[in-house]
Design a protein around this ligand. Structure first.
Ligand code: HEC
Length: 131
C-alpha cells in the first residue's frame, strides 16, 4: 500500500473507533450503569486479591462506560452531571493505567446518584430529571 493509502486507511479506522453510536436513550444509560455495577463487584474482588491486572482491566471497562455516560449527559445538557461523570472517568482512567485506586473511583458515584438517580417501588432505578 502507498504511504498515502495507508494514511487514509488508518484515518478511517480511527474514525470508526472514535465515533461509536451516541447513547442518548435512558435505556443505554441503564445498560451502562448495570455494567458499571457488575464491574465494581469484580473490582472489589480484584482489590482484595491485589490483582493488578484485574484492577486495570476493570478500570478499562469503566473508562468505556463513563465515556458513554458522558455523551448521554452532554446530549441531555446536564452540565453538572457531565462534570461529575468527568470525575469518575478521570478516576477510572487512573485505575486503568495503574496509577489510581478503586476507592477513588468508588467515591465519585454517590454525588450523581443522590441528584439524578431515583429508586422505583419495584427496586429498579431510573434517571431523575430535575429540569
Ligand atoms: C454523572 C452521574 C452518575 C455517576 C458519576 C454514576 N452514576 Fe450510576 N447511575 C446514574 C443514573 C442517572 C442512574 C439511573 C439510570 C438507570 O439505571 O436507568 C444510575 C444507576 C446506577 C445503577 C443501577 C443500575 C440498574 O438499573 O440496576 C448502578 C449499579 C450504578 N449506577 C452504579 C454506579 C457506580 C458504581 C458508579 C461509580 C463508579 C456510578 N454509578 C456513577 C448516574 C451516575
Amino acid at each position: 500500500m502507498t504511504k498515502l493509502g495507508k494514511f487514509f486507511s488508518l484515518l478511517l479506522a480511527g474514525l470508526l473507533v472514535a465515533v461509536p453510536a451516541l447513547p442518548q436513550s435512558e435505556e443505554d444509560l441503564d445498560k451502562a450503569m448495570k455494567l458499571v455495577g457488575k464491574t465494581m463487584g469484580e473490582l472489589r474482588k480484584a482489590n482484595e486479591a491485589k490483582d493488578e491486572a484485574g484492577l486495570k482491566a476493570g478500570g478499562k471497562v469503566l473508562v468505556e462506560q463513563f465515556t458513554l455516560g458522558g455523551k448521554f449527559f452532554a446530549s441531555h445538557k446536564m452540565a453538572d452531571a457531565v462534570e461529575m461523570n468527568g470525575k469518575t472517568l478521570a478516576a477510572a482512567k487512573a485505575l486503568a493505567d495503574g496509577s489510581g485506586t478503586m476507592a477513588a473511583v468508588g467515591s465519585t458515584c454517590k454525588g450523581c446518584h443522590d441528584m439524578y438517580r431515583e429508586k422505583l417501588a419495584d427496586g429498579s432505578y431510573k434517571l431523575k430529571m430535575t429540569h
